[in-house]
Design a protein around this ligand. Sequence first.
Ligand code: ADQ
Length: 465
Amino acid sequence: MSVQRLIIMSNRGPYHIHVTKQGIKREKTVGGLVTSILPMVERWGGVWISWGEPEGRYPGSAKPLNFDLHYIGLTPEELQGYYLGLANNALWPLCHYFLGRVHYDNSQWQMYQQVNRKFAKVALEEAQAGDLIWVHDYHLACVPQYLREAQTSNRIVFFWHIPFPAAELFRTLPWRRPFLESLLACDLIGFHVPEFAENFIETAIEVLDAQFKGSSLEYGGRTTQIIARPIGIDYVGVAKQAQSSITEKRVRGLRKTLNGQKIILGVERMDYTKGIVERLQAMEYLLEHHPELRRSITLVQLVTPSRADVEAYRQRKREIDEMVGRINGRFSDGIWVPIRYQYRSFSPAELVAYYRAADIALVTPLRDGLNLVAKEYVASRTQTDGVLILSEFAGVARQLLEALMVNPYSSEDMAGIIVQALQMPKDEQRKRMQAMQDRIKREDINWWAEEFLNQKVCLEDRKDL
Ligand code: ADQ
């Protein structure tokens, strides 16, 4: 009777599906959630439910997939209200502390609930006794409540991938009560770092008068365990890729193209929270105040398109295009170009080559739930050198303590830290890199999954772990 699979629920699925004459083709999607959850569901099997086209069920088989995909179709109105509206124009900026960008709209909230109901309905169709329903992220916060209303006996766990803001901010959400009540319909909620878990607990106490006991919140006759565990990466897989001969070849090619200049690397989705504009400002400040560094450093900035249907994102892209053009126009000398900017998606193998080639990684989000790019850079440094510059406001700063920490809002601070990184002796680079590698190798994606699934509330149904 007991099937014990994972029912993963997230807004985006792990693949874009292309129906061709030759059959179905899958193309991996880009983003932190998919990167981290995919190895887990590949290992344990089950069903991944997400929004996607074409709508329908795509059964996996042991090869190439060990799990089924179930894509839910959404109407343009649903997409507009739920995804572009409430998720991206209200919850995302709210949770990243951009209150000025938050737009609350009751009709979008209605759509959000309608779509969450659709997801819950599909989960109820898919779930078999003993399956663990694992809901991911802020797009689907109402799903647990709808599952409970349908009297599901399955365990429900939730992972919140983005920051959870201070109670003072979250309380501005007009629908804070139903939102929090739904989350507390779960058996377990996970956050990346203790600060977010504490914010959530405080908000639930303030808004719902929930009781906090031990490591759990009690509300409405239910107990919800709260944990903080930073998501891990497939460390061994990344390190293996970094050592491959194809990577070696690519690294040599990149270094040759850049004529032996020191490579400073930025990699992210196009998003105002990632601090790309602020990084470009810092680069301009650096080149202005340290003319001796001109012609000896290059910022390689890789940006993958994201949420291009949201006006704020399109506007940010225009701003970045214009800034890159202006800074390059100001400092280039015909041979040397200070910023090499590419706006497209890269394969994991290509990214690893950039990580290997880069002397410095600039991971400077204005706020971030965790940040996997920082971890991927560290895992790729198989020669144990290189310097990671990390924003104080990324969740991962709580884990990668040996990185050089920076305030991304300060060009002066950023420029100073880049100079420090450029001058860091190899011995110190190694010491810092080794310590970070040891930690993220130990706390990899398998560690994270097991830490999560080995919690008592999950184990009661999963005897196979
Ligand atoms: P994201 O905001 O998407 O994730 P992040 O954690 O950095 O941020 O993950 C991005 C992923 O996309 C990485 O695996 C990276 O390799 C990949 N990527 C970035 N730029 C790319 C490019 N140009 N081409 C191809 N791939 C690219 C959300 C939260 C984070 C949290 C994760 C996981 O916002 O804070 O760390 O979920 O929980």
